[in-house]
Design a protein around this ligand. Sequence first.
Ligand code: NAD
Length: 488
Amino acid sequence: MKDIFLAGEWVQGRGTPSKSYFPADGSLNAVFSTASEEDVQEAIQKAHEAWQQPQWRDSLPMERARILYRVADILEARVDELAALQTRDNGKPLAETRGLVMSAANTARYTAAALDTVDDEFTNQRDKSTLTFSVHEPLGVVAAITPWNSPIASEVQKLAPALAAGNAVILKPAEVTSLIALKLAEIFAEAGLPRGLLSVLPGRGSVVGQAIIDHPLVRKISFTGGTTTGKRIAQIAASRLAETSLELGGKSPTIVFEDADLDIAVNGVIYGIFSSSGQACIAGARLFVQRSIYDEFLDRLVTKAQALRVKHPEDQQCQMGPLINEAHLDSVHAFVEKAKAQGGTILTGGERLLDGDLAKGSYYPPTIITGLQNTDSVCQEEIFGPVLVVLPFEDEDSLIEQANDSIYGLAAGVWTENYRRAWTLARRLDAGVVWINTYKKFSIATPFGGFKESGVGREKGRLSILSYMQQKSIYLGLDAVPNPWCDS
Ligand code: NAD
C-alpha cells in the first residue's frame, strides 16, 4: 500500500485506504493509504513550524526560485513516466497528459523567473522625518485543493507560486488522482524543498478536505473544483477571515457568426468541447450559431464529431479517452436523458460506447443536442462531459443576452472575421477568458479565473505569487530629536 507524504516523511496514512483504477478498463493501479483527521492536524502543525524556520522564512527569492527551476527540470526529464502515470490515474490520452506535465514544468520555471521581478517598495516620502517601505511577506500555511481533470497542471499552478512566496503548503488532491500528486511530493523533495513545507494528503473531501479548511492555522485556501464545493469553502474561510482563491465550474458559450471562417470555426468548436472528453472547466458547452449558417454549420459539426477517434488513451491515435469513472458516465448520460425529456434532439452520440474493448471502460461518444432553449436546465448546468448543446441566434444583442444568461462566467469563444465585432463581444461577454478565432489556448503569463459563480481570484501571471503574500508597511523614523508632543 502506498504511503502519504506527511511533512516530508513517507508514512502510512491513518485514514481508510483507497484504490486508484484505470478508467480505460477498470484495472487496479494501486492501493494507497489516506490521511486521517489526526494526520491533517499533524501536517498543518508541522507546516506551521517549518515555514517559520529561518532557513525558509529568511530565504532569498533566488534561493526559492532555484528549487522551482529544479522542479521544472525534473518534470521535463520525467515527462514520459509522469504522463503515463497521469493517464493511468484519470484516463486522459497520453498526448494530453504529456502536455499537462510540460505545462506544469513551464509553470514552475515561469514562477521561478517571475519571483525575481516581485519587488518590495520604497514608497515616496510624504514627510522628511520618515522613510516608508511596503514589503511582501508570506501568509503561512496555505491549503491547495484540486480536482481530477488536469491534476498535475493545476497542482503545480498552486504549489509553485505558494512556495515561491515563502509559504508552506498542504496539498489535498482529488481522491481518484492521488498517485500523480504523491509523485509531485517526491519531485519537490528531490528538488531540495526543506522538510515540512509540503504535505500531500490524499483522502475524501468530506474528511481530509474538511479538516484542512476548518483548521485555524490555514491562512489561505486555493481551491479548484465544483461551484457547490467552492461556495462551502468560501463560507468556512470567511468565518475566520482566511483568504480564498476559487477556480470553479463553467458552461461556456462559443459563438459562430456568418462571417466566420467556417473551417477554422468548426475545428475550434469541436476541440473546445470534445477534447479531454469534455471534462474541462472551460469546455465550450453551449454553442450559438447565427441563423443564416445554422443548418450548414450543424452538418459540418456532426460530420467532424462522428469522425473523432474515441479510443484507449494509451493508443497514439486516441483523441477522446474514457470518462473518469462509471459514476461520472452515469451523471453525463442522465443529462442527455433529461435533454430528451425537455424536447431536445440528439444529432449524434447519446449512448455509452460498448463496442469491443470500449465496453471495459467508461467511454462516451461526442454528443450534439439541438432543439432546446437556453433557459432549459441542460443548457444551464455544467455536465462536464462530451455533450454540446447548439442554439441558433439572430443578432448580436439577443446573442449577448443569451450568452450571458448563466450563473457561470468562466470562458467564451467567438468566431468572426470582423475584428470590430470580435472586440465588442469580447468586452460585453461575462467571462474571465475570451478566445477569438481560437479556443483553449493558454499562456502562463496571462491571468486565469472566472466571473460570477465561476470563481474568485486569478491564477497564473506574475501576480499569482503576490496572491500568496500579504503586504506589510514599515516606517523608519529619521528624527534626531525626541518627539516634542510628550513634553508640550
Ligand atoms: P469537486 O468540487 O467535487 O472536488 C474538488 C476537490 O475538492 C477534491 O479534491 C475534493 O475531494 C475536494 N472536496 C470536496 N468536498 C470538500 C469539502 N467539504 N472540503 C474540502 N474539500 C472538499 O470537483 P471535481 O468533481 O473533483 O472536479 C470537477 C469540477 O472542477 C468541475 O465543476 C470543474 O468545472 C471544476 N474545475 C474548475 C477549474 C477552473 O480552473 N475553474 C479547473 C478544473 C476543474
